[in-house]
Write a protein that binds this ligand. Structure first.
Ligand SMILES: [Mn+2]
Length: 373
C-alpha cells in the first residue's frame, strides 16, 4: 500500500499579520497535482488542518476545495484534528464525508479509531487518534494519567492492536527528541507533552503531525512530514513537503520525501542596510537581519522598496530594536487570542517577545479557560 502523508496545513495562518491565502492555495493545488501524479492508495493528514479553532469562511472554503479535489481522484483521505483545530469542526458531517472516501477523526471516545484497507499482502489497519490532552483520557481510565505519554500509551493499550497485521497510526503529538521551531505552539509547560517512541511498538508506520520541522525516528517508521510551508523565519533553511511511503509485507517500509515548492519563499537577508538596498529585489517573505551598529531611519519602509514583503527587521548588534511590519486594516477579529496577547506582551515589555516558556504558560491558561467554558 502506498500512502502520501502530510500534516500541519494551518489553513488561515498569517505571519506577522500577513495574509498567506495565495501561498496556501498554491501549495494545496500542488498537493492535488502530486496526488494525481503519484496515485497513492491513501492520503494521510495528521492534524492542524486549520490554524484556528474558529476558521474564517474563506479558510473553510479552501479546505472544501482541497478535500473535494482529493475525493474526485477517488483516493481515500484520512484526517485527524490537531491542537489548533476544533475537534468537532473536523468531525462535523463525518458520516456524509465517509460516503465520499473522506474519513475524519470523530470525537475521542477513549480508543483509537480504526479503518481497514486491503492490498495484495492483506489488511492494513489505519488507526486515528485526534489530538488529546491527558485530561481527556482521565474520564475513561482514571486519575493516574498525568503526562501525554501516559495518555497515548493507555489509549493504544486499550485498542486491541493486532501486531501480526500491518498497522498505521495517525497522531498529532510531540515525540520526545523532536527538534522544534517558533511556529509551533507548545501545548504544555516543560516536558509533560513529550512522548517516547517506545509506545509505538505495534505500528509499522506512525504518521505524525504537530512539529513543523521535517524529521524521522527509528529509520523512517515514525515521521513528521513538517508543515506544508514555512511559518516562521527560523524555518528558513528547511525544505517542506510530504512523505510518500510504501508498506509491503509486514515489517517492510520504504519512504521518500516529496518536496513542495512555495509561491514565495520565507527567508532571511543578512547584511548592512546599504548592502541590502543594493541587492536584487524579491517578493519573498523576508526577515532582514541588519549588521549596522546604529538603527537606520525608516529602515523598514526603505527596504520595502526592494523587498515589498519584508515582514520583520532585526538589528543583530542592537538590543531591543526589532521592527515588525504592521499590515494596514488588520482586523482584530482576524487574530487569534495568542496573536493578540503576543502583541500586547511585546508592547508591555519594551519590545521583548515572549519566550517559549511564557507562551506555554499563556496557552495553558487559555486552555483552562476553554475547558471551563
Ligand atoms: Mn502545527
Amino acid at each position: 500500500m502506498r500512502f502520501l502523508h502530510m500534516a500541519d496545513l494551518h489553513i488561515g495562518k498569517r505571519i506577522y499579520g500577513m495574509d498567506l491565502f495565495e501561498d496556501q492555495k498554491h501549495i494545496l493545488d500542488q498537493i492535488l497535482e502530486k496526488i494525481g501524479e503519484l496515485k497513492p492508495d491513501a492520503v494521510l493528514l495528521s492534524g492542524d488542518i486549520y490554524d484556528r479553532a474558529q476558521p474564517s469562511s474563506r479558510s473553510i472554503n479552501m479546505l472544501n476545495d482541497f478535500i473535494s479535489g482529493i475525493s474526485e481522484t477517488g483516493t481515500p483521505l484520512f484526517m485527524i484534528s490537531g491542537n489548533h483545530d476544533n475537534p468537532s469542526q473536523i468531525s462535523y458531517l463525518g458520516g456524509v464525508l465517509k460516503k465520499n472516501g473522506i474519513i475524519v477523526s470523530m470525537p475521542f471516545d477513549g480508543k483509537l479509531q480504526k479503518h481497514v484497507l486491503e492490498d495484495g499482502f492483506g489488511k492494513v489497519n489505519i488507526y486515528m487518534l485526534p489530538f488529546i490532552r491527558p485530561v481527556h483520557t482521565r474520564q475513561f481510565y482514571g486519575e493516574d494519567i498525568v503526562t501525554y505519554e501516559d495518555a497515548v500509551r493507555t489509549v493504544i493499550e486499550n485498542s486491541c492492536v493486532d501486531e501480526r497485521e500491518r498497522n498505521v497510526l495517525l497522531l498529532h503529538q510531540y515525540v520526545a527528541g523532536a527538534v522544534r521551531c517558533e511556529s509551533e505552539d507548545p501545548v504544555s509547560v516543560g516536558t509533560l507533552d513529550q512522548i517516547g517512541t517506545g509506545v509505538f511498538g505495534s505500528f509499522d508506520y506512525v504518521a505524525l503531525g504537530h512539529i513543523h520541522t521535517p524529521q524521522s525516528f527509528e529509520g523512517n517508521r515514525i515521521s513528521y512530514p513538517g508543515s506544508m510551508m514555512k511559518y516562521s523565519f527560523d524555518e528558513a533553511g528547511q525544505i517542506k513537503g510530504m512523505i510518500l511511503g510504501e508498506l509491503k509485507e509486514k515489517g517492510e517500509l520504504d519512504t521518500k520525501r516529496i518536496p513542495l515548492k512555495p509561491l514565495r519563499d520565507v527567508r532571511t537577508e543578512k547584511g548592512t542596510f546599504r548592502e541590502l538596498l543594493n541587492r536584487a529585489g524579491s517578493d519573498d517573505y523576508i526577515e532582514a537581519q541588519l549588521e549596522d551598529e546604529q538603527a537606520q531611519i525608516d529602515a523598514m519602509g526603505t527596504l520595502r522598496i526592494r523587498f515589498p514583503n519584508l515582514l520583520h527587521l532585526r538589528y543583530l548588534n542592537i538590543q531591543g530594536r526589532d521592527e515588525a511590519f504592521v499590515p494596514e486594516g488588520t482586523d482584530i477579529e482576524d487574530k487569534s487570542d495568542l496573536e493578540l496577547f503576543t502583541e500586547f506582551f511585546r508592547m508591555q515589555n519594551g519590545d521583548v517577545p515572549m519566550n517559549d516558556r511564557e507562551r506555554g504558560y499563556f496557552l495553558q491558561i487559555l486552555q483552562e479557560m476553554e475547558d471551563r467554558g
